[in-house]
Structures are given as structure tokens and as C-alpha cells.
Design a protein around this ligand. Structure first.
Ligand code: G
Ligand code: MN
Length: 286
């Protein structure tokens, strides 16, 4: 992202985070998730950003680990989640035709804390979002602790959605997918990067298999990191349900998130477009 500060050479300490919290310097930006067939908006992910007093934008890879270590992640999240939920509910109210979900990123530390269920319930109620429109994105790591599974199961019973983020990155234990009923599987962008590499040659087969795995456990698959038209076409051909990435839209203010992606490759006629979108939305029971 232009003007953003990357991870290199930036250390953040707890005192600086506390000051930034007091000055309310954390805020959400949004990126759309689109139906791979019809290009219709299915959901928006809220991504954390920090604008410091010098006006520079700091990316989450820099401050989220520091916030986790200093025990401030809950407070940082509160500055992101509340405004994000209110903005999404205001732009797409429950009475409207399009009701995209809102994804929030939840740190493993927060799942193990005692207050997540109550906090998420309050978040949805205060914003006026039904639980079905709130997706909690977690990395595979949380599936390791049985206590986290209990929390996530409780949240799902209340109607909230659970997504596994960056699926397939690092070490993956497929057997753990068995312990948690999932709504959304977010396939790591590395799989899309691999589609462009000539060496190996199994990238297409692997992505197809990951998509089939997602479907087999009853999840909607969202393929991340789609940056180019050909990648979008490949993902669609390999059976991915939904796409997210720079090709569809960069993270930014909510007003800049399109309801339909123009220029989606191999556009269908508008009737089949609507039908496709209705089908996926029904499948996800929204
Ligand atoms: O871990 P998670 O998937 O929540 O990370 C999202 C991050 O990925 C955001 O910080 C966002 O800016 C970045 N991102 C979003 N779309 C793309 C993309 O198409 N390519 C790359 N390289 N990064 C992306
Ligand atoms: Mn995410």
C-alpha cells in the first residue's frame, strides 16, 4: 500500500501502543470478498491500520505482534471492530438487498481469553448486525487448543461464522479440520503465487484439491491474494467459491468497496449473475 511503513526496522513498544490507543490512532480499512462466478460482493474484511502522529501508515505485521505481546490486543481490536461493524451496518442495513458479511481478524490470544463471546455479541448487537453477518477470522494455530474449539463452537451456536485464515500456510494439520465445524476456508495467497510458477507443475492440482477439501467440510472457499485477471480466471476454473485481492480491490475506505466487480473476467449475463449470487448467499444461509 502506498505511503505505508513495512515491517523492516520498526520496533513498537507498549508505551507507544498505549499512547496511540489513548489518541485513537487505530482504524479499519476494508477489502471486498467477491463471488468468483458473478463478481458480486459477499463480504468485507476489516483490516487494522495505525496512523501515527507523523501521518505515516503502519501495517499490522508491525503492531499486531507487539499488541499481542503487551496484552493490548483487545484494546487495539476494539478500536477496529466497533467502527467497522457500525460502518458496514450503516452502508448495508439488514433491510437491504445486499447484506455482505463483515470479517474481523481475531488473535489466538483473544480466543483463549474469557470475554470473546460476550464481546462479539455486544459488537453485533450495538451495530445492529445479525450474528450471521459477523465472521471471525482465525489462523489455523487456534485449532491446537481444545479450549479454543469450545469458544468457537459456542460462537457458532449463537449464529456467528468462523473462518480459517491463511489456510495452508506453515504447517497444516488436516485432521484438525475435523474438530471444528467451519463456515469459510480462506486459502493462503501462496497457492495463487504458485499458479504462476512453471517449476513443479502441481500448483493447479493442489489448489483444486484444497478447494475440494473446503467443500468437503462444508465451507465456502475464499481464495486470497488474487492480483491479476488470469489468476481470477484460474481460481474460478479450479472451483473456488470466492476471491479476494488487489485485482478485485485494494484495502481502503468502505465507500470504495464496490458492490459488484466490474471487469470480472468471463462476465455472465446479469440474470445468471444474480442467480449465482443468490445461490451462494443461500448456501451460506445469509
Ligand atoms: O492475514 P490476512 O489474510 O488477514 O492478511 C491480509 C493482508 O493482506 C492485508 O494487510 C492486506 O493489505 C494484504 N493483501 C490483501 N490483498 C492482497 C493481495 O492481493 N496481494 C498481497 N500481496 N497482499 C494482499
Ligand atoms: Mn484475514
Amino acid at each position: 500500500m502506498s505511503g505505508a511503513t513495512g515491517g523492516a526496522g520498526r520496533a513498537v513498544d507498549a508505551a507507544e501502543l498505549r499512547r496511540a490507543l489513548d489518541d485513537a490512532e487505530f482504524f479499519p480499512v476494508f477489502q471486498g470478498v467477491y463471488d468468483a462466478t458473478a463478481g458480486i460482493l459477499l463480504g468485507v474484511e476489516a483490516l487494522a491500520r495505525w496512523r501515527g502522529p507523523d501521518g505515516r501508515l503502519v501495517l499490522p505485521d508491525v503492531f499486531i505482534p507487539a499488541a499481542e505481546e503487551s496484552g493490548l490486543i483487545g484494546q487495539v481490536s476494539r478500536q477496529i471492530w466497533g467502527p467497522a461493524a457500525r460502518a458496514v451496518a450503516a452502508r448495508w442495513p439488514g433491510s437491504g438487498a445486499l447484506q455482505p458479511w463483515l470479517s474481523i481478524n481475531v488473535s489466538p490470544v483473544q480466543v483463549l481469553g474469557t470475554s470473546l463471546v460476550g464481546e462479539v455479541q455486544r459488537l453485533a448487537a450495538d451495530a445492529g448486525l445479525v450474528p450471521e453477518r459477523l465472521v471471525l477470522e482465525l489462523t489455523e494455530g487456534v485449532l491446537v487448543a481444545p479450549e479454543s474449539i469450545e469458544v468457537l463452537t459456542a460462537l457458532r451456536e449463537l449464529g456467528f461464522r468462523v473462518a480459517i485464515d491463511d489456510f495452508g500456510k506453515g504447517w497444516s494439520s488436516l485432521s484438525r479440520l475435523n474438530s471444528l465445524p467451519l463456515d469459510i476456508l480462506k486459502v493462503d495467497r501462496d497457492f495463487v503465487v504458485d499458479l504462476g510458477l512453471s517449476r513443479g507443475g502441481n500448483a493447479h492440482a493442489i489448489l483444486r484439491a484444497v478447494v475440494a477439501l473446503g467443500r468437503a467440510v462444508g465451507a465456502v472457499t475464499v481464495i486470497e491474494g488474487v492480483e491479476q485477471a488470469w489468476q481470477c480466471s484460474d481460481v474460478k476454473r479450479l472451483g473456488g467459491d470466492a476471491v479476494q485481492g488487489y485485482y478485485l480491490g485494494r484495502p481502503g475506505p468502505l465507500q470504495e468497496v464496490s458492490a459488484v466487480v466490474r471487469g470480472a473476467p468471463e462476465e455472465d449475463g446479469s440474470a445468471s449473475r444474480r442467480a449465482a449470487s443468490a445461490r451462494l448467499l443461500r448456501d451460506t444461509a445469509l
